[in-house]
Design a protein around this ligand. Structure first.
Ligand SMILES: [Zn+2]
Ligand SMILES: [Zn+2]
Length: 246
C-alpha cells in the first residue's frame, strides 16, 4: 500500500480536523466533570453484560451534552429539534449533516463513558466474543498494544471501555496460525497496523501505543480511517469478502 502514501496525508486538513475534534473533546470532558456524578447517580448497570447498552442511556443526558457541543460549534438549535433528531438517529435514520452527526456521536460516547467508568469498579464478566464491548455491547475492531508490557487491550470506541485479550492470533476466529495473519501497514501511520485473518476474512486495527505520547486511541483511529478503507479494498482485490464493514 506504500504507493498510495501521498493520498494519505494532508497535514493542513488534518490539523484543522484535530482542532475541531479537540475543542469538542474538551467540552465533553468539562461536562463529565460538572455533570458526571449527577447523571451517574441515575444510571444503573445490569447484572450481566452488556451492562448498559446504548439504547438505555438517558436521552436527556445525551441532549444536554449534545447541546453544549452545538454551542461550542456555534450551531445551537432548539432542544425539541434535538430530541426529534435523536429519535430518528436511534431508529437508524440520519437527517443530519456530517458535523452534526459527529457531535451527536460524541455526546452518546460522552454519556456512555459514565457507564464505562462505573464498570471499572465492577468485576467484569468476560464475554465469549473478544470484540464485543462488555459494557455497552458495541462491536469493536480496535486493539492497542499497551505499555509497559505490550498487553493487548481491546478498545471500545463508543464508551471508552478497554479489556484485555490474548496477545496473538485472530480476535474473531481464534486462529493462532501466524501464517494466516497478514499485517497491512502504511508509512504515514507508523504506529498502526491492520491485522487481516486469512482464515475467517475479518480484520481489526492494532495501535502500538508503547511509543505514543498521547494515548487518545479514538483520535488515532479516526486519523487512520483510510487504512480501514484501504484494507477493505485490498480484501476485495484479493477476492476475499470483508465481513466487517465499518
Ligand atoms: Zn463500550
Ligand atoms: Zn480469523
Amino acid at each position: 500500500m506504500d504507493s498510495n502514501k501521498s493520498k494519505f496525508v494532508d497535514d493542513e486538513n488534518m490539523k484543522q480536523a484535530y482542532q475541531k475534534y479537540e475543542l469538542l473533546k474538551n467540552e465533553v470532558e468539562q461536562w463529565q466533570q460538572e455533570r458526571g456524578s449527577y447523571w451517574s447517580a441515575q444510571i444503573s448497570l445490569a447484572e450481566q453484560p452488556p451492562y448498559l447498552s446504548i439504547v438505555d442511556l438517558p436521552s436527556e443526558a445525551i441532549i444536554e451534552l449534545w447541546q453544549r457541543l452545538n454551542l461550542v460549534a456555534k450551531a445551537e438549535i432548539s432542544e425539541s429539534a434535538l430530541k426529534e433528531m435523536l429519535e430518528q438517529f436511534n431508529s437508524g435514520q440520519n437527517p443530519m449533516d456530517a458535523e452534526m452527526t459527529t457531535r451527536v456521536q460524541m455526546a452518546v460516547s460522552g454519556v456512555a463513558k459514565l457507564a464505562s467508568l462505573m464498570a471499572d469498579n465492577k468485576t467484569i464478566i468476560k464475554l465469549q466474543s473478544n470484540t464485543v464491548c462488555p459494557v455497552c455491547g458495541e462491536q469493536s475492531m480496535l486493539a492497542a498494544i499497551t505499555p509497559p508490557n505490550g498487553k493487548r487491550m481491546m478498545q471500545c470506541t463508543l464508551c471508552g471501555f478497554e479489556w484485555a485479550v490474548k496477545r496473538v492470533g485472530c480476535l474473531f476466529c481464534e486462529s493462532e496460525d501466524a501464517k494466516q495473519q497478514i499485517y497491512l501497514q502504511n508509512e504515514a501511520f507508523p504506529n498502526v497496523e491492520m491485522v487481516v485473518c486469512q482464515t475467517c476474512g475479518q480484520y481489526f486495527k492494532e495501535i502500538d501505543a508503547r511509543e505514543l505520547a498521547d494515548k487518545d486511541y479514538l483520535w488515532e483511529d479516526l486519523k487512520s480511517l483510510q487504512l480501514n478503507f484501504a484494507t477493505k479494498l485490498w480484501l476485495k482485490e484479493q477476492g476475499k469478502n470483508p465481513k466487517l464493514v465499518n
